[in-house]
Design a protein around this ligand. Sequence first.
Ligand code: F6R
Length: 607
Amino acid sequence: MCGIFGCILREGSAVKQITEGLKRLEYRGYDSVGVATIDHGELEIRKDAGKIEDVVARHRILDMKGSIGIGHTRWATHGAPTMVNAHPHADGSRSIALIHNGVIENYMELKEELLEKGHEFKSRTDTEVMPHLIEEELKTGVSLQGAFLRALRRVRGSYAFVVLSTVEPDKIYCARNESPLVIGVSENGVYCASDVPALLPYTNKVNYLRNGEMAVLTLNGYQIIKISDGSTVERGLTDITWSPESAEKLGYTHYMLKEIHEQPSSLRDALRLQERYLNLLTTFLDRGKEVFLLAAGTSYHSCIAGSYLFSRLARLTTVPIISSEFIERYGSSVGIDSIVLAVSQSGETYDTLKAVDYARMRASTVLGITNTVGSTLTRVSRAYLIQQSGPEIGVAATKTFTSQVLVLAQMALKLAKLRGKLSQDELDEFQEKLLRVPEWVEETINKQEERVKELAKTHMDDRFFVFLGRGISSATALEGRLKLMEITYVPSLAYPAGESKHGPISVVEDGVSCIFVCPQGDSHSHILGSIMEMKARGAKIISICEEGDEQVKKLSDEVVEMPREIPEELSPIVYVVPLQLLAYHMAVLKGLDPDKPRNLAKSVTVP
Ligand code: F6R
């Protein structure tokens, strides 16, 4: 998500290296920039929304003095990309500057507590609670390290924090939980950064901070400390052998692969939704006479999955609709009682925004789910949720699909509770399963990627594929097919399996590869019949099924086995992963660039 760079130098200006470091993190995407330095005991912060060169020029950042400093490029998750929301954030006494990458789950309760104690906040970010929390702890007389540790023990969520303070002007404190942070050491100084590429011009000797660790950096080196008990951690430096280019992708060959592998972590962030906005959106949904789920491409597939979730959990009928079709199909009938929930990773897709404008003109209530704070969709929605997947650079959507479905699942669960549609036991059980989704995705990637690579090799010359799933798995099948088609250019079909006999089955003949999505659940017995129908016509059957599903295994030529106990409602988030990997590995085997498929753009902002 955000880019972080900090340094303490023996010689030279900190801001020069900070701005260079931030530029090397540009590929992570950002909307605002900020730097803090200390010179002769004085803390100075300069920051603004905009591109690095523009902010650096506008605020004459290169004139900032000092050999110690921290810098940040922000990808907004809470609060629009504006100057006040840019990092670093300061405490009330302006003796602490802090930057952050991640999401603080409990910031509302911490903020309320701090407000009661008289703290004043300038921004709408979750981050700003942290310098105030440290300031509050310092008042008890503890050291800066003690105050930082105590504050860290109070925050829940993901973070890489970096702190600069006039209390100890020759040190940088940093800490990590789930968001990456790397320490680097060179002859001329000590560094920290969110990613290795920022450090490579200065050093290839690094120490990756682990979850639950903090570190104190000084010119003499660094000390790592466990946040939970304050004990010291001994761990030496590692030599990095990556080229700067592969380092940007953390050693992955393509952004798409990196983003597929990021899903356990992006899904954990998608579970950290802001409760009050989740409540607000579900209240609107509950009041609508009719609810449309509006989106294009992959986001539309998320909406199809969402419609099953809303129906099965909250007993709410919703209508998924492709953005470019909305006006013609429902334009004359939508009105003041209609709710339009628009789902868009970029928040800038032309067709989606055009449909949203139309719905607003007809006095409908527009709600949004997007990955981009400050996007047009956030500005035109009555209320919105940020899916918190971080920037997605590969053109093909991967981690943003799984996060969108997880957000929709949380909305459906919240709505089920509000409407009294599930018992307490059912609510608790589903909530417990929701929390396990990142771990299931992790297990799938770890255990099945090699298997999927073999499949890609076996089938790389197939000329046609059919993807089939029933119920909510029809969304998984559609998304799997879109991935394969857009990056390998191999023609393919995707259908709800039951519908395939009403036409598509005519294209199935000897040797055609049929990919079946077969999680356990209500649709399972029906999918067996569909597999038999295709098998009888000579199709080669590849099934994605639960580990130990002997019925499906017996009928299939090849299977990818998925973790047990995944409820059907959540299966698209996990079962789509082998399909993403299949598309990726097949594209690579064919010598294609999966990050930049022909004719496609990341965000389609034209009619
Ligand atoms: C597919 C893909 C596109 C987008 C579509 C909508 O991999 O990336 O189909 O999903 O252009 O984009 P957003 O979600 O930004 O509205």
